[in-house]
Ligand binder design. Structure first.
Ligand SMILES: NC(=O)c1ccc[n+]([C@@H]2O[C@H](COP(=O)([O-])OP(=O)(O)OC[C@H]3O[C@@H](n4cnc5c(N)ncnc54)[C@H](O)[C@@H]3O)[C@@H](O)[C@H]2O)c1
Length: 277
């Protein structure tokens, strides 16, 4: 029978790998999983931050396996994944969280920075998915959480490459979800988290649009993690992020643009001075 509600996702005892897990929201995803009894694998390219986070987690009684991985490097992803397979067997829950932003006027953004944004924020998800999805299919169970953004369906001036990557994340996840169904691979869950601005430093200086408050990282992850546990597929936070796609679909473009201007959505990134990765 067709059920309209999803069963709660179990995490106790599951192996959970978080990319970009050394700080920011990745660290908070990891904390939420550890607190609920998951076994953690953390990847980050910042080896020092990773060491500190691992020490902190171990002091809290949470064992953690860490690997310094630049997720944009395909061969490194595959090699690290092979090591994870040796240590743990299958990864049950993959959180594709690592991300960077290239902000500023598009024509003034260095080519290398545009490329890096697509490589880290989008291509890397293909490499980790290729590495871990086969194990999930084989066991008939697993969950992939991909971090997109409100910028995954709203165009934001001064960060077109970030928008391109995050729109790509939504398309990738949706197509993969359907492909698993069509191929008859049951038991694989997908979740896409699309927050607006979150106060981690990535968007320092940005001015959130009206009625779209900057979330604290803790607020964002509380909503994202609870949404995931309750089986939600696309999680948009805060409320205006849920409403915007409906407005965009209903309003003629010039009117939608005017509303965006009135809400300061089009100028939100004008004064960005956040960290670059
Ligand atoms: N902060 C926001 O306002 C916001 C809003 C929507 C979506 N997001 C997304 O949420 C995710 C986490 O963002 P955050 O704000 O916590 O960022 P953050 O900068 O605080 O943390 C990102 C982490 O990813 C790691 N990382 C970066 N590039 C990497 C690479 N190539 N390989 C491995 N690790 C790498 C960093 O070292 C860092 O530990 C990102 O995907 C981001 O795009 C952030």
């Amino acid at each position: 029978m067709l059920s309209l509600t999803n069963p709660r996702v179990e995490v106790r005892g599951r192996v959970c790998l978080v990319t970009g897990g050394a700080r920011g929201m990745g660290k908070l995803w990891a904390e939420a999983f550890a607190a609920d009894g998951a076994r953690l694998v953390l990847w980050d390219m910042d080896g020092e931050a990773l060491k500190q986070t691992a020490a902190e987690f171990r002091a809290r009684g949470w064992p953690v396996f860490t690997q310094t991985v630049d997720v944009a490097k395909r061969s490194r992803v595959y090699a690290a994944a092979a090591q994870v397979a040796e240590e743990f067997g299958t990864v049950d829950i993959l959180v594709n969280n690592a991300g960077i932003v290239a902000a500023g006027k598009f024509l003034e953004t260095k080519d290398e920075r545009l490329e890096a944004t697509i490589n880290v924020d989008l291509m890397a998800l293909m490499w980790t998915t290729k590495a871990f999805l086969p194990g999930m299919i084989e066991r008939g169970a697993g969950h992939i959480i991909n971090i997109s953004s409100a910028a995954g369906f709203i165009g934001v001036p001064y960060m077109p490459s970030y928008c391109a990557a995050k729109w790509g994340v939504l398309g990738l996840t949706e197509a993969l979800r359907l492909e698993m169904k069509v191929l008859g691979h049951k038991g694989i869950g997908f979740c896409v988290f699309c927050p607006s601005f979150v106060d981690t430093g990535m968007f320092r200086g940005a001015k959130p649009p009206l009625l779209t408050p900057m979330l604290s990282p803790e607020q964002a992850i509380k909503r994202g993690y609870e949404g995931f546990r309750s089986g939600a597929y696309v999680i948009k936070e805060p409320f205006m992020v849920k409403l915007t796609p409906a407005l965009q679909a209903l309003l003629p473009t010039p009117i939608f643009d005017t509303v965006s201007d009135l809400f300061n959505a089009t100028t939100s990134m004008a004064a960005w001075k956040g960290h670059d990765g």
